[in-house]
Design a protein. Structure first.
Length: 246
């Protein structure tokens, strides 16, 4: 099993791809975030006596690049789309919808908490405010409910139950949801197989996201790096769990 993610090397859309293994070590890094980075990883793996056919599970985001590279290089691997990115896609879609509604009704500014708060976490004041939203802007309240529903997709006891739940949510959004959420729902529906694969493997990129934070700390401590190779080498030293005896 491997985790694939990208992080920034420096400002101006300069990225590096990070590959971690099941032991939560950085095992490979290279410049870029395209599908060709997966090609480079396969070459590195085989140069170090690894076998591409032994990679069974890959956790990554829902972009097009990494899945394409995985399918090309690791035909036996099951792709699991990270649930963090599933939730993020829906949340960002709702955010766009909220901002559009806000441009039409400035009074909705006081309900900004609906973007980042879950209903279970509402304070008493926020519960009262949500009741106001329900009465004064029912469309916004309904869109918020649709956003919240997707969070529960990972709480079922079986993949079949989760798939049934997802299908109900998808049909509901497509029938009554705002355009922003409809667009997000379409994207998720196209990737439903890889999203539901979580029920078979229960992996996500939470660790990889945490590793990216450590990598960014490495960059800050070094006050930035002008050479990407030096940056990658320092990340190996700091976060590769190398057994170095001094």
């Amino acid at each position: 099993m491997i985790y694939l993610d990208e992080t920034s090397f420096k400002k101006g859309h300069h990225y590096v791809t990070v590959v971690c293994d099941q032991d939560k070590r950085i095992i490979f890094m290279c410049e870029g975030k395209g599908s060709d980075t997966v090609d480079q990883f396969k070459i590195w793996l085989e140069d170090h006596n690894g076998r591409a056919d032994q990679i069974k599970v890959v956790s990554c985001d829902m972009g097009l690049a990494y899945p394409a590279g995985v399918r090309r290089n690791f035909p036996n691997a099951k792709i699991v789309f990270d649930k963090f990115h599933v939730v993020k896609l829906v949340t960002e879609a709702f955010d766009k919808y909220y901002r559009r509604m806000l441009s039409e009704n400035e009074n909705l500014a006081k309900a900004r908490f609906v973007i980042y708060k879950h209903m279970d976490d509402f304070s008493q004041k926020q519960k009262s405010m949500y009741e106001w939203v329900t009465g004064s802007c029912r469309e916004l309240a309904e869109a918020y409910r649709m956003k919240e529903v997707i969070f529960h997709m990972y709480s079922f006891g079986s993949r079949d139950a989760a798939e049934h739940y997802f299908d109900i949510w998808y049909n509901d959004v497509m029938e009554r949801g705002p355009p922003e959420l409809c667009s997000a729902a379409k994207s998720l529906n196209e990737r439903k197989e890889q999203i539901l694969m979580w029920y078979d493997h229960e992996v996500n990129n939470g660790f990889a996201e945490g590793m990216n934070s450590l990598i960014q700390t490495t960059k800050r401590v070094g006050r930035g790096y002008g050479n990407v190779k030096n940056f990658i080498n320092m990340c190996y030293l700091k976060n590769g769990h190398l057994n170095i005896v001094f």
